[in-house]
Design a protein around this ligand. Sequence first.
Ligand code: ADP
Ligand code: MG
Length: 269
Amino acid sequence: MSDLSRPKGPKIIAVANQKGGVGKTTTTINLAAALAESGKRVLVIDLDPQGNASTGLGIEVEDREYTTYDLLLDDVNLNSVIMPTVTPGLLIVPATVDLSSADIELISNEKRSFLLHDALRQTPMDDFNLDFILIDCPPSLNLLTVNAMIAAHSVLVPLQSEFFALEGLSQLMLTIREVRQSGNKDLRIEGVVLTMYDQRNNLSLQVEQDARDNLGDLVFQTRIPRNVRVSEAPSFAMPVLTYDTASKGAEAYRALAAEMLKKNELKVA
Ligand code: ADP
Ligand code: MG
């Protein structure tokens, strides 16, 4: 790489929104798969005790011997905690319900907000040659999500195209502002992506209009349509890009990856 302004190492993106069911996990899995498909090396960190990203990427519960919990709180060998997935170039640190106790255990830890930051910057990480790390956050603004935001270069916000979608955003933006003041002053907003979009639904159009009026260029041009293949893919333990490679959902996530890569190139230039 000839660019010296850009720090060495992978770009770290926290996929966050404190509302549940807005498409965080779906976006993490499929954006990661689309980036991997385009030749990037991508690591997904499952930071949600529900472990949906792990399941959706084909890691069965009994195979999750080491997890994000160990990455945060134990001195664990990265080679045992970082696992391959069915998608070439796409790796994952899986999660189990253990992680729900981490939030409480972290409270008594002095470096509590920086654990993920430090884990992702340890030297052996370089051996994985990663281009991107995507962090699938839990549906709350708890210490786990703060860890993700302290560790990340940017936050990607999935916004479900439904009523009240924008209401939670001010709280999220406030948290981002606090993180900037408390330990990660360069944290950026990667963008806001409209999910489960239905062109025939007035509500979707309204949410899009509101989002673009309020957030301008932060809103990705690419919208992720509501697509049944997207919701089916996790039960087949694979990204929709593999499950139904020509589906509207797969195409949309490819377009999102391309748009994001282009935006990032422009920023570097
Ligand atoms: P979160 O991680 O924010 O809680 P999920 O990614 O788990 O949200 O999505 C919530 C639900 O919506 C899941 O059942 C998922 O399969 C479904 N879903 C997400 N995106 C789409 C989409 N584009 N089309 C259809 N269903 C979707
Ligand atoms: Mg989720």
